[in-house]
Design a protein around this ligand. Structure first.
Ligand SMILES: [Fe+2]
Length: 386
């Protein structure tokens, strides 16, 4: 869970008079989640955050689902997704269900002439290629290759990229994305066995207060529809804030792998959890060190979950023909396992350089039309290849 954080100026006592230099009051906003019972922040705006000038024409970003029911191992070429200038257009949902949308995005341009707000999903952006800065009303976070950037629902933001060569894996999560409860003690502190700790999480910095009036377009996404709102004041007008609702970043390179003498199952790679799915990080690590160990995984029937593996870098020991940005979908219901020859090849190997993100869902994923555009044929037969 995010730790308490504060930037800028705040009054010593909450919900009390907090005045500007000219004697007028700052405008306090309680930003709360899950009613009033989950994490929240108190934000002090130069202007009320309610000054709507006009509403534009809403447009749909609902994923176009090709199959809701399917039972097929699939391989998708993630880097074949077409780059787009505009960030909203660039985000293409490929595997979705009612718990999450998994999208690929190759945006060429920063978000400059509008702001974004996802009103009903936390957004986790995994940065595969590119770097830049996430700008929010809570402050800024620089990002680069290997970062998970977490934007909690309702956060108004912009993404500024350094150049036009960006590749992102994005999860829109309809429940909060959290670090694993089993890594935390009863006080919320990460325990000694956790693969990460507080120091690994980067919080917003450099709060810029834009005390500006004019016309500011905020694209608000709610239930897959984007509503363009024009506000009379700049959304990043906070003079200060405190609380636990804010964006953060965590680098996959800071995930400390847990290894053993014999093969350990995927939960040792678990990085985040949410309702009905988990996110895991496979990072470079020493292999199992029992003298007779088999480093690649056994065949497995993840009978109750669909398994999505996104290949980031390095060689993936159990798979043949892996490429950067490739995605495999192994649906629950049928087993999968190492490709022919990879078991023997792995014997005696001391370490792996593989880097991958895995998303395991407990409800079946639906295949979108965008996914079919980048599908490799006949992956399901690939275990027959010699
Ligand atoms: Fe698997």
């Amino acid at each position: 869970m995010p730790q308490y954080h504060s930037l800028g100026q705040i009054p010593p006592k909450r919900h009390t008079q907090f005045r500007k230099a000219d004697g007028t009051l700052y405008s306090e906003e309680l930003f709360s989640t899950h009613g009033f019972s989950n994490v929240y922040s108190l934000i002090y705006h130069c202007h009320p955050p309610t000054l709507i000038k006009s509403m534009g024409e809403p447009f749909s970003r609902e994923p176009k689902v090709a199959f809701q029911r399917t039972l097929k191992h699939m391989r998708l070429n993630g880097f074949s997704v077409t780059p787009e200038d505009d960030y909203i257009k660039s985000k293409k949902p490929i595997l979705v269900n009612n718990d999450l949308h998994i999208s690929l995005a190759a945006p060429r341009k920063s978000i400059d002439n509008y702001f974004l707000k996802n009103a009903d999903a936390d957004e986790l952006i995994f940065v595969h290629q590119g770097s830049g800065t996430l700008k929010t009303l809570y402050g800024s976070i620089d990002f680069k290759y290997g970062d998970y950037v977490m934007i909690p629902r309702g956060t108004i933001y912009q993404l500024k990229f350094k150049d036009d060569n960006n590749r992102l894996l994005v999860v829109d999560s309809f429940s909060p994305i959290e670090t694993c409860k089993r890594y935390r003690n009863e006080y919320g502190q990460y325990e000694e066995h956790s693969p990460y700790c507080e120091r690994d999480f980067r919080k917003p910095q450099n709060l810029e207060t834009h005390d500006e009036e004019g016309e500011f377009i905020v694209m608000i996404k709610k239930q897959h529809i984007v509503y363009p709102y024009t506000y009379a004041t700049h959304p990043f007008d906070a003079i200060g804030w405190d609380g636990n609702h804010y964006p953060w970043a965590f680098s996959i390179h800071d995930f400390e792998p847990i290894t053993g003498r014999i093969h350990l199952p995927p939960p040792v790679h678990q990085t985040f959890e949410a309702h009905n799915y988990v996110i895991c990080s496979f990072v470079p690590r020493l292999f199992d060190y029992h003298p007779l160990s088999i480093p690649v995984p056994y065949n497995h029937s993840n009978i109750d979950s669909d398994e999505v593996l996104y290949y980031v870098d390095g060689d993936f020991m159990s798979r043949k023909n892996t490429e950067k940005g490739m995605i495999t979908l192994h649906p629950g219901g049928i087993p999968h396992g190492p490709h022919p020859g990879t078991v023997e090849k792995s014997l005696g190997a001391k370490e792996t350089k593989e880097l991958a993100v895995m998303i395991d869902t407990f409800k079946p994923l639906w295949i979108t039309e965008e996914a079919l555009k980048i599908e490799s044929d006949e992956y399901y037969k690939s275990w027959l290849e010699k």
